[in-house]
Design a protein around this ligand. Structure first.
Ligand SMILES: [Zn+2]
Length: 1074
């Protein structure tokens, strides 16, 4: 229910990012924040839809101190926590035989307490992994090998298109109908460089099978191969509204990729992949190069589907507590309709042969004009590690090595590079093993042109030194504990465990290797541990560095140079091409194109007939529980301090949050808070330097993070503003956990000028990256800052204001370090205190009880300061319309107003209405016909701020017109009972989203802080369930306020902003941020 708040605050809840793969394109973007990686934004990562603002973007939270790499997190999948399920059985043999399947092999996998059976469909050769256990979060996925031959983006456009209507589900977008009205815990599609993956998940059996059927019908029998309009809409087409106007390119993938090609980190990722693999399919871009996409024809598109979306080329995954016989029954219906084809041969990915000598590549990226570009270069060293796939033990050892070298701020390779002062932040994600051959990448961004060579030398000399000297034994122990902890905890965040497992298995299976092997890590890990104990870590890791990196000639060094003319040059080239196209057309051609444009628009804007919508299976309101999900919460106190306890099964892990009130902090200190939090974790104490402190945390705990949290509280003027310290450890180490939290809070010396300077550079680099890649988050934060105090506070710590603060601070660190250092100390004094402190604990009853004495000791050690009243934070940014100009080819457009200020009282129906707007009006107009990658609204039910946002949008003013049309859309809305029921069920699906135990405990804490009671939750649920069409009509008058009084913020290209200000003089105040 308090999704907006969770969205703002949940980012550090899980260290694992199971989908941390590179160069992955996915269908919908609502979980993007979780999918990004430790060191860099994932290059070339796209998704089919962008539904809502997600956190991370504007959240001021800093990253967890110990983030694990996918190598370990994604293999750490345990099916069920509650009880071992050794009796779970596979399908009956006679049933599978009768249905046309041959059992290839069967195993009980201890690591995930699952029975897994590999089948082959006899007629077509389709392969199926049927994994049975007691996990209620069921997962299905179908994966095809789809290696592209060029950069036209066929696999990516097809991934978008097949979910736009199929034989049994002939609607415009069944995908959207599922988003609207199902209880899915996961629904998306991804394009990799060599495969396309369609996963769904749900805890509701009926819902699960509905999702499976829609997906199977979509991939095998899509309408898009018969109707060119889908290809035009999702891929590309010429748009001409009137023969007198200019022709433009439109298409969802086209604009999505333009956004990707505007981001320096993405350009680096793509250049790296293409340079490492010049001879196989990885040498082209499966996502599509905007300059090449318009070369793609509908014929090629259809042929690609015919060839590769075929059972012979499919790998299918089922996972969970459903009936294994039923799985095969569903599949046989589809698979039996096909004969075997030759796709498995044609889709095989060839190995890249290793180079005999290193290669060097210089690439440009678009930068702003008129800013200092001296320290804006990037350099990254990359190795292709092997000509053949590695065995699991070597892969595991390499993953371990990667964690040792780069896994934490204290890891030597990362630390030495950052401490060198040669650059602002790390690029390159270390070891990547998701493609056919593994690679290793490391480098720096924010480098001066003169220092490029120094960075290269430093990387090589550090690797040489590590090979020669080995690793500190404390560091090895810390990495081992971190990895083992993560395996044990198996925290996949909001990502279904079964999906993490599937992606892990697919990493080998897709290349015709054993799908079981990647799931079984215990033995190889034990063997590795034993070898380290016996031979010492140096004997294990030094040869790996030598062989795979130092003596490996397949090295590609990439230098990225800022080019202030690139964006306008690309735009000019595109314009020129389009003018040529227009010039070659006759008057008749132009009239025809205008007619076709109009026809496509008409089709896009015509709603599906109600009969068609009925064919998408949906649940009924009877299937929906009437009561909200209860989280056991006991509010008590220890030594007079409030303690919340959640008795939940956590497999002996203790999760703890310590919350301090921030509201007495002086206003001018707010922007320093994120850096203060980072300093606590990354500076040393009197007797431990920061490396030792980090290793200690790694050896004894599962990680500690510190970050600020701010939100409005409904009905109150002052926001809720806190610092949250999160930590986790095995319960038997609760003592160590609280002891370390105490040392972090009280003993760390906030005096390390050199490290602080690095934090500033890193934060600045991160903010600059966000501004280009997540401009909608920046725009949203900016609007919030104009509309309420909590928003203003957050923007000070994570928006454009924060970026400006960092730019100024970078100089100040040299001039007035004493002043800054004492400000940090002042923040500590104001915050770390027994007054208004709160503890939140999640574990099972026995472990909760055991932790109490450690909590008590911890609290005793906290200083008691005299209570101070809240500071009078009264600032807001002026309510002017702003355009934040960045070198980009696509825009992010926002408009917002505070609905509570107009007298609106929150009702549960608002959740249903916002969701419906996202999936209908905004989806159709901003995305489908507008050509943006995403358009959505967000209602912060605590502050009352209602905002519209678009993502990678080719338009600017036009999008604002769509927003302003929302009231009319609602007034004229017609909706039958089925559609309304769907909207209600979909909303309940969001409210009841699946959570692992730590997330449950955390949600309960958030509710406590924000004053959301169980009574209110029950009331909102009843309001949601009883939403009527009249509520939509009433809400029309409410959102009218956004049209009339709303404030506009856009993150946009300079040309588009100029054009907008010409059309509507002085509409935007222009601000240059990069
Ligand atoms: Zn996409």
């Amino acid at each position: 229910m308090e999704r907006a708040v969770l969205l703002r605050s949940l980012s550090p809840s899980s260290s694992s990012s199971a989908l941390a793969s590179t160069r992955l394109f996915s269908r919908s973007a609502h979980r993007l924040a979780r999918l990004t990686k430790r060191h860099r934004t994932v290059p070339n990562f796209h998704q089919r839809s962008f539904l809502r603002r997600h956190l991370g973007l504007i959240s001021t939270a800093s990253r967890p101190s110990l983030q694990l790499k996918k190598h370990f997190s994604s293999l750490s999948v345990r099916a069920v926590a509650t009880s071992p399920a050794s009796e779970v059985l596979g399908a009956d043999d006679d049933v599978s035989e009768k249905l046309g399947f041959e059992k290839v092999s069967e195993e009980f996998i201890e690591e995930c307490k699952s029975r897994a059976v590999l089948y082959k469909h006899k007629k077509t050769g389709a392969e199926i992994m049927s994994v049975s256990n007691e996990d209620e979060n069921k997962v299905f996925g179908i994966v095809f090998r789809t290696p592209p031959k060029d950069s036209t983006g066929i696999p990516h456009i097809l991934e978008h298109s097949v979910l736009c209507g199929s034989r049994k589900y002939p609607l415009k977008e069944p995908f959207v109908e599922l988003l609207k009205g199902s209880l899915h815990t996961f629904l998306n599609a991804f394009t990799y460089p060599d495969r396309t993956c369609y996963p769904v998940a749900s805890t509701n059996m009926k819902d699960f099978y509905n999702l499976v059927d829609v997906y199977l019908d979509a991939v095998f029998f899509p309408k898009c191969v018969d109707d060119i309009k889908t290809f035009q809409q999702e891929g590309w087409h010429y748009e001409l509204n009137d023969p007198s106007e200019d022709i433009t390119y439109k298409g969802v993938v086209f604009n999505e990729m333009k956004g990707v090609y505007s981001q320096p980190d993405s350009i680096l990722g793509r250049t790296t992949q293409q340079a490492l693999f010049p001879d196989n399919t990885y040498g082209v871009d499966s996502g599509g190069d905007p300059q090449v996409i318009p070369k793609l024809t509908f014929e090629e598109f259809k042929e690609f589907h015919r060839k590769y979306y075929h059972p012979s080329n499919a790998r299918i995954w089922f996972y969970g507590d459903d009936d294994p016989n039923e799985r095969l029954r569903i599949l046989s219906e589809y698979l039996d309709m096909f004969e075997a084809n030759s796709a498995p041969e044609e889709s095989r990915v060839n190995f890249q042969k290793l180079f005999s000598e290193p290669v060097r590549i210089v690439e440009k990226y678009p930068a702003s004009e008129g800013v200092d570009l001296k320290k804006k270069h990037m350099v990254c060293l990359n190795w292709l590690l092997s000509e053949t796939p590695l065995d699991l033990e070597t892969e595991l050892a390499l993953g371990f090595l990667d964690h040792l070298m780069m896994g934490t701020p204290a890891s030597p390779l990362r630390k030495i590079l950052l401490e060198s002062g040669l650059g602002d932040a790390i690029v390159g994600g270390g070891v990547e093993d998701e493609l056919l051959q593994p690679q290793f990448s490391i480098g720096l961004k924010g480098v001066s042109e003169d220092d490029i060579q120094k960075v290269e030398e430093l990387v090589m000399s550090t690797l040489n030194k590590l090979a020669a000297e080995g690793f500190d034994s404390d560091a090895v122990e810390a990495s081992m504990n971190t990895i083992e902890f993560s395996l044990r905890e198996n925290n996949t965040g909001s990502f279904p465990r079964g999906l993490a497992l599937m992606l892990r298995s697919m990493g080998k299976w897709i290349y015709d290797m054993d799908p079981f092997e990647p799931l079984k890590y215990q033995e190889p890990l034990k063997a590795l541990k034993a070898r380290i104990a016996k031979e010492g870590s140096k004997a294990i890791f030094a040869p790996l560095i030598e062989k795979f990196i130092l003596r490996n000639p397949h090295r590609v060094t990439i230098e990225m140079q800022p080019d202030p003319e690139m964006a306008s040059r690309d735009e000019a080239t595109e314009k020129e091409n389009l003018e040529k196209v227009k010039g070659s057309m006759t008057q008749e051609d132009l009239a025809e194109l205008a007619r076709a444009t109009h026809e496509l628009k008409l089709k896009q804007e015509t709603p599906d007939p109600p009969e068609a919508l009925k064919c998408v299976p949906s649940l009924s309101l009877q299937d929906i529980p009437k009561k909200p999900i209860q989280i056991p919460t006991e509010v008590g106190d220890i030594n007079g301090i409030k303690v919340l306890q959640h008795d939940l099964f956590t497999n002996d892990v203790l999760y703890a949050e310590v919350v301090f009130n921030m509201s007495s902090l002086k206003q001018e200190l707010l922007p320093l808070v994120p850096l203060f939090c980072q300093s606590l974790l990354e500076m040393g104490t009197k007797d431990l330097d920061f490396v030792q402190l980090n290793q200690l945390i790694g050896r004894k705990t599962g990680g500690i993070s510190v970050y600020p949290f701010t939100s409005s509280i409904r009905g109150k003027d002052n926001p809720c503003s806190h610092i949250i310290v999160r930590g986790k450890a095995m319960s038997e180490r609760a003592d160590d956990l609280f002891n370390l939290v105490n040392r972090v809070l009280q003993d760390v010396q906030l005096t390390d000028q050199k490290r602080f300077k690095q934090f500033v550079s890193q934060s600045k680099a991160r903010m600059e990256n966000r501004l280009r890649g997540s401009g909608h988050g920046i725009a949203a934060a900016r609007m919030d800052a104009k509309l309420n105090i909590a928003g203003w506070v957050s923007e000070q710590m994570g928006g454009v204001s924060y970026l400006e603060f960092l730019q100024a601070l970078e100089k100040k660190v040299d001039e007035d370090w004493t002043g800054i250092s004492s400000s940090l100390e002042e923040i500590r004094k104001a915050l770390i205190s027994k007054n208004d402190c709160l503890i939140n604990l999640t574990a099972d009853g026995k472990n909760l009880k055991n932790s109490e004495k450690h909590v008590s000791k911890f609290l005793d050690l906290l200083p008691k300061t005299s209570p101070v009243g809240s500071s009078a934070w009264s600032a807001r940014l002026p309510p002017t319309n702003e355009a934040i100009v960045v070198p980009t080819q696509v825009n992010y457009v926002g408009k917002a107003a505070n609905l509570f200020e107009t007298g609106y009282q929150l009702k549960g129906s608002a959740y249903v209405i916002s969701k419906h707007l996202n999936n209908s009006w905004l989806w159709d107009r901003v995305r489908v016909s507008g050509g943006a990658y995403g358009g959505f609204c967000d209602f912060d039910t605590h502050s009352g701020v209602f905002s519209y946002l678009s993502y990678r949008d080719p338009n600017l003013l036009k999008t604002l017109d769509v927003y302003d049309g929302t009231s009319n859309f609602l007034r004229e809305l017609e909706m039958d009972d089925d559609a309304l029921t769907k909207a209600i069920i979909g909303t309940i699906g969001d409210v009841d989203s699946y959570q692992l135990p730590d997330a449950k405990g955390y949600s309960s804490l958030m509710r406590y802080l924000l004053g959301v009671t169980e009574e209110e939750r029950q009331m909102r649920r009843e309001e949601i369930l009883s939403t009527r069409l009249d509520d939509f009509k009433e809400f029309a008058d409410v959102v009218e306020a956004v049209k009339d009084k709303g404030v506009v913020v856009a993150v946009a290209s300079p040309d588009d902003v100029d054009a907008a200000n010409k059309l509507r003089p002085d509409f935007f105040e222009v601000k240059k941020a990069l």
